[in-house]
Design a protein around this ligand. Structure first.
Ligand code: F6P
Length: 344
């Protein structure tokens, strides 16, 4: 078969590991040929490709980013976009397309499938919020980076008797905040799933001071909401899928904490460092399993499906189900945070 691949949306450590695994198994087991479309759906619309061979995908397993580069291109917003995609896939004599991406990218895979094209999906997002899979590759790396940063913030917070607010990624779901916050021993962890209660935040910080601790660490997800308003965004711009750029909740919170408690407070935003650099061994393994499963899906003719992890098994679900809602942090897991805090 001739198969196309692309990576769409925000990049994520492990994308190259998926590409490598799918290409290797496709060539070595099925005799497939591959091309990669550059910069997500933009590469399909503009027919910009690179060859994906054993040689071009060698030595990339440990590399972050994506050799295919990425963009947030919304084919639905482009007049005649689906027809153009169909034309380019036909011109390249492709039998199938594997799209690596989160809900936005997969919404295009689904629409193309509904227009008669043969797509399978691989779930990618450090936010870990794609429905139907237990873990997305990239999440483990992001959590490791955030946890290491929180560990480092402890000593400087302690040296200055400060509160340090650490903002991590997580647009609609607080998986990174919850996991890195618990792993990093944060005193307060704030997620998009629950509006921020400033009185409670200050009570927790004050309690710690009254019980001998002179510094505190607060971890907040970028998508967490202040009681007075929605999420904190940069400017008024939205991307082609309608998402605003989130950033600044950490600083807003730090100012409010200092005002209310009098404790000297600083904020740090980990931002894109969480998406950069080499994937963890866990993410390389998971990404490899997803890549191998994706090429099997193509040969089984299971188009419109997305490979997923359920427990320890790799299986697949309809893309439609995966993008039907966000996978937010389960209330039961949020109890982990409360279990470590003093009762109200
Ligand atoms: O991929 C998800 C994500 O990392 C979100 O957590 C974040 O809001 C967004 O991407 C940032 O995107 P960009 O790279 O476009 O700034």
């Amino acid at each position: 078969m001739r198969i196309g691949m692309l990576t769409g949306g925000g990049d994520c450590p492990g994308l190259n590991a998926v590409i490598r695994a799918a290409v290797r198994k496709g060539i070595l087991h099925y005799g497939d040929e591959f091309i990669g479309f550059m910069e997500g759906w933009r590469g399909v619309l503009d027919n910009v490709t690179m060859p994906l061979t054993l040689e071009t995908t060698s030595g990339i397993l440990h590399r972050g980013g994506t050799i295919l580069r990425s963009s947030r291109t919304n084919v639905k917003k482009i007049p005649g976009g689906f027809e153009k995609c169909a034309e380019v896939l036909a011109q390249n004599k492709l039998d199938a397309l594997i799209a690596l991406g989160g809900d936005d990218t997969q919404s295009i895979s689904l629409a193309l499938t509904e227009h008669g094209m043969k797509c399978v999906g691989v779930p990618k997002t450090i936010d870990n919020d794609l429905n139907g899979t237990d873990v997305c590759f990239g999440f483990d790396t992001a959590v490791s980076i955030a946890t290491e940063a929180i560990d480092r913030l402890h000593s400087t917070a302690e040296a200055h008797n400060r509160v340090i607010v650490c903002e991590v990624m997580g647009r609609d779901a607080g998986w990174i905040a919850l996991t890195s916050g618990v792993a990093g021993g944060a005193d307060v962890i704030l997620v998009p799933e629950e509006p921020i209660d400033l009185d409670e935040v200050c009570r927790l910080l004050t309690y710690r001071r009254e019980h001998g601790k002179k510094f505190s660490i607060v971890v907040v997800a970028e998508g967490a909401k202040l009681p007075a308003g929605g999420q904190v965004v940069v400017g008024g711009k939205v991307d082609s899928f309608g998402h605003a750029q989130l950033s600044g909740i950490g600083q807003a919170l730090a100012e409010e904490i200092e005002k209310r408690t009098g404790y000297e407070t600083r904020s740090v935003n980990l931002g894109h460092t969480q998406r950069g650099g080499t994937p963890t061994a866990y993410d390389r393994m998971l990404a490899t399993r997803y890549g191998l499963a994706a090429i099997d899906l193509v040969h089984e003719g299971k188009f419109g499906e997305l490979v997923v992890l359920k427990g320890t098994e790799i299986t697949s679900i309809p893309i439609k189900e995966a993008i039907s809602k966000n996978r937010t942090v389960h209330p039961e897991l949020l109890k982990t945070i409360r279990g470590l805090q003093p009762l109200r």
